[in-house]
Write a protein that binds this ligand. Structure first.
Ligand code: GDP
Ligand code: MG
Length: 177
């Protein structure tokens, strides 16, 4: 019999944003394909990738958008944000300036999306313990000030990558259900 039933219950567009080289493309790769690459420098042409997760027993298809390197120009085209329901704002735990730019990226997200859009702040490269320049306390304080959730991830060793996306998806789902 033909079926018109879809293979998911919800579909959420998610954007991943933040400074160049913080690991956005690798977070996307790790989450959607369980892969990691040392040289992703704008070579990844994918605009987005899909991944299904189960939250609260519901099949949620995530469509995760990558900037494909536009962030080097400190801004991305408005179409990137259009229709998105959640964002990961990523900084590099080993690069203080990427942390300093977080509030600018958060402002940019809110300029293009509804004001109550769920955002998870992500401190990436937690595997580089010796090179860490941003403490958990500093990041947590900023997240609290901006009213965001906070997670520390490593796209390299996969720590918390799925957890960060699931946290975001759960926040979106709580608003939508
Ligand atoms: P993007 O410019 O934000 O998309 O960053 P990329 O995903 O292209 O990563 C930039 C560089 O950082 C690459 O050399 C990656 O291999 C590296 N990288 C990304 N995530 C991690 C991580 O969690 N740990 C470590 N050690 N390196 C990472
Ligand atoms: Mg990239």
């Amino acid at each position: 019999p033909t079926s018109v039933a879809s293979d998911y219950d919800f579909i959420f567009k998610i954007v991943v944003i933040g400074d160049s080289s913080v690991g956005k493309s690798n977070l996307l790769l790790r989450f959607t394909r369980n892969e990691f690459r040392l040289d992703t420098q704008s070579t990844i042409g994918v605009e987005f990738a899909n991944k299904q997760v189960i939250v609260d027993g519901k099949r949620i298809k995530t469509q995760v958008w990558d900037t494909a390197g536009q962030e080097r120009f400190k801004t991305v085209i408005p179409q990137f944000y259009r229709g998105s329901e959640g964002a990961l704002v990523v900084f590099d735990l080993t690069k203080w300036d990427t942390f300093e730019h977080v509030s600018t990226w958060v402002e940019e997200v809110y300029r293009h999306t509804p004001a109550d859009l769920p955002i998870v702040l992500v401190g990436n490269k937690s595997d580089l313990i010796e090179q860490r320049r941003v403490s958990r306390e500093q990041a947590t304080a900023l997240a609290e000030q901006l009213n965001l959730s906070y997670m520390e991830t490593s796209a390299l060793d996969a720590t918390n990558v799925e957890a960060a996306f699931i946290l975001l998806v759960s926040s979106i789902y709580e608003k939508r259900k």
